[in-house]
Write a protein that binds this ligand. Sequence first.
Ligand SMILES: Cc1cc2nc3c(=O)[nH]c(=O)nc-3n(C[C@H](O)[C@H](O)[C@H](O)COP(=O)(O)O)c2cc1C
Length: 184
Amino acid sequence: MQHMAKLGVIVPSNRPNRVGSTVASWVVDTIGEGWDVDLIDLREIALPAFDEPSSPKQGLPRTTSHAQAWADRVQALDALVVVTPEYNGSYPCSLKNAIDYLYAELQDLPSGVVGYGWGGGQGAIDATEAVLTRLKARVESEVALFFRQDLDVEGNLFVTDEKVAALRDLGTRLQNAVAEAKAA
Ligand SMILES: Cc1cc2nc3c(=O)[nH]c(=O)nc-3n(C[C@H](O)[C@H](O)[C@H](O)COP(=O)(O)O)c2cc1C
């Protein structure tokens, strides 16, 4: 059997009544064939606020089992989609905390962002792309879901065809990037 590329789908929202898990299910169901999906729920992982003695950029061994397990989980991915709400014009701090634990694991990782909010989560998308780019991930594209147009605050999804196409396009771009990386 052909090895399926591993796609991580990160859900940073930590609210008990979050719509993020529903948006992530839509992403998993819609992004297209050919992925072995690892749904990464940051609420479930519950990383403590960054507590390593050194910056992961230094490449020193991790000193805690939670830091090592998290780094190993991201290292195993071929591609990544971050599904982020917009909190106060940016992404939630749970996402920043999880990213701060990483460095080499994100380098060259084909990535995309799905944001949601009243303005399509654009502030969260821009900030997520900025931090991913800073850590040298390879950001391919993004999908902006709007409350009213694509979903409601209870988490009912009625995503427009345009956004479905944008997500499928992201899936194709990620598959191409993975194939390119494997050929290199
Ligand atoms: C602390 C906080 C800040 C928020 N700030 C924004 C915002 O800046 N822009 C926006 O569109 N929605 C904002 N919202 C509304 C969220 O988009 C909405 O609650 C959404 O459901 C959050 O995603 P979640 O349910 O996955 O946590 C905010 C919500 C919270 C809890």
